[in-house]
Design a protein around this ligand. Structure first.
Ligand code: SF4
Length: 500
């Protein structure tokens, strides 16, 4: 075996145009085609010399091409998702037919939640890694036996063996990781990444890992990143910003895709002060707890937009999902964001525990009152590994086990006796209609695009996708809602279920 195994880190083409698990908190094929960066895979890619990070969907690399590319490698690290798992196993079979000696590790929340089931589902998988996998797969590529690798699970004599867990990385170790942007520069084309409410092209990476909040529906802090909030040092983040600015002069903004960027006031202020002389635009995830002083510092430091999960306008629902934020906090936050000039993309969810027709109306009114720049409305999804999943399954509200259809589009998943799937879907459509078909909102969106040809084209595509999806949703509701072809979230992002 050579010193370092030739390694391919793959965000697989589970479905056509699929925004997979290494890219998004909510792996799905989106109606408005959009992709997040495969940040999780970029760190081990940077730790393994000679490796390649292959983000198949955004680069339009299909199954056949992926199999072809894989022939040149000795070790495959595949970031799987619950939605894409069955498809990923089929792809792996093809890869192994062409390259039988290849070693294979599956990483990501699916294997973390169901390690035994994952390993027992295919002889083609050599091992999986639970939790953070940066060092585990890098050690294997450098020749360490799997028996000695922390976080790894594998089969021995037909039985699954789980190695001990590695303590999660904190500041010094996070700072010692390679920069994600070095790997983007080496392996990715940034023009391939598009998110409707961000300036494009954008580049995103993390300044921290984990989130201390306990939102019951949110998958990553309950699986991959954890509830301990672990930060990179301010100087290390600033260095990576400089890196990105020099590598990608065409980039319009940086997006800090942390679980939650604005947890601690002093850090946010220090970062913003150090960003200011660099004169660049940035956006980030945020909870609605930041006060005026902090928001002002962020605006002065170049902050343009926050993604904020408001989720519901009903106080009891916010308690039911352990949001740790109130409608009053949201109102205050929005008022201050307006004052300092930072835009907000607001995420809302329909169908959370406690939802009724009345609370849906209340949330629509609340959203209109907050009047974010753009919104995303999702149906509640109970991802395996989350508290919401356990609760819904115990209480008998998980009516459809499949999370997605054959194309990777999300499927309605939760249903209450007093609120059917069709009621919830109708609520989503009405939510968008009431929100976006207001003259001031139409003008707000159109005026942005008036002087910018690129933005105009983008807006046109998104608007046509939006209207097509709206009509499909309406059809679906009229037909009683049994076989939806497409799904729920307009805006094409992963953030509603798991950002802030
Ligand atoms: S939804 Fe946001 S605030 Fe809540 S746990 Fe997830 S990342 Fe944290």
């Amino acid at each position: 075996m050579p010193d370092v195994m030739k390694t391919l880190l793959l965000n697989p083409p589970s479905f056509e145009n699929f925004d997979g698990g290494a890219s998004s908190r909510w792996p799905a094929t989106r109606e408005i085609e959009s992709y997040w960066y495969p940040v999780w895979l970029s760190y081990p890619a940077g730790l393994i010399p000679g490796s390649r990070l292959l983000d198949a969907s955004p680069h339009k690399i299909n199954w056949q091409r992926t199999v072809e590319i894989s022939k040149d490698y000795e070790f495959l690290v595949l970031f799987t998702s619950t939605v894409g798992f069955a498809s990923d196993l089929k792809l792996l079979r093809k890869i192994k037919e062409e390259n039988p000696s290849m070693k294979v590790a599956f990483v990501g929340p699916h294997g973390h939640i169901k390690p035994d089931e994952t390993l027992n589902s295919s002889e083609d998988i050599d091992f999986i890694v639970r939790g953070e996998f940066d060092h585990a797969v890098a050690e294997y590529a450098h020749g360490k036996p799997v028996e000695q690798i922390l976080n790894a699970s594998y089969k021995k004599d037909g039985k699954v063996v789980h190695n001990a867990m590695r303590p999660q990385m904190h500041t010094e170790e996070l700072d010692a990781l390679p920069f994600a942007t070095d790997v983007y520069k080496r392996d990715l084309e940034i023009e391939r990444y598009n998110v409707p409410f961000l300036l494009n092209p954008f580049v995103s990476f993390y300044s921290s890992r984990g989130c201390p909040a306990l939102c019951t529906f949110c998958m990553w802090p309950q699986t991959l990143s954890g509830h301990a909030w672990r930060t990179r040092s301010v100087d290390n983040v600033v260095e990576e910003v400089k890196n990105a600015l020099s590598y990608f002069p065409q980039m319009k903004e940086i997006f800090f895709d942390d679980d939650t960027f604005n947890i601690r006031k002093d850090r946010v202020i220090e970062l913003s002060q150090k960003f200011k002389p660099l004169k660049f635009q940035w956006s980030c995830t945020a909870r609605c707890h930041s006060k005026y002083e902090e928001l002002k510092a962020m605006a002065d430091g170049g902050a343009r937009l926050f993604i904020v999960g408001f989720e519901s306008g009903d106080a009891q629902i916010l308690k039911n999902i352990k949001k740790g934020a109130t409608t009053e906090m949201a109102r205050e936050f929005m008022k201050n964001c307006r004052k300092v000039g930072i835009k907000v993309h607001g995420d809302f969810i329909i169908g959370l525990p406690g939802e009724t027709k009345d609370t849906i109306n209340k949330t629509i009114d609340f959203a209109k009152e907050l009047d974010c720049e753009t919104i995303q409305v999702s149906l509640a999804h109970a991802m395996p590994g989350t508290e919401l999943h356990d609760q819904m399954s115990k209480e008998g509200f998980l009516r459809v086990e499949a999370l997605a259809d054959q194309g990777g589009h999300q499927l309605p998943h939760i249903e209450f006796p007093h609120l059917s799937k069709a009621d919830m879907m109708a609520g989503v459509t009405r939510f968008y209609d009431e929100y976006y078909f207001r003259p001031k909102v139409v003008w707000r969106i159109v005026k942005e695009a008036l002087w910018d040809g690129h933005e105009r084209k983008r807006l046109y595509h998104e608007a046509t996708d939006f209207l097509r999806l709206r009509s499909e949703r309406l059809k679906w509701v009229q037909q009683g809602g049994d076989a939806p072809k497409t799904m729920v979230a307009v805006g094409g992002t992963s953030s509603a279920n798991g950002n802030d």
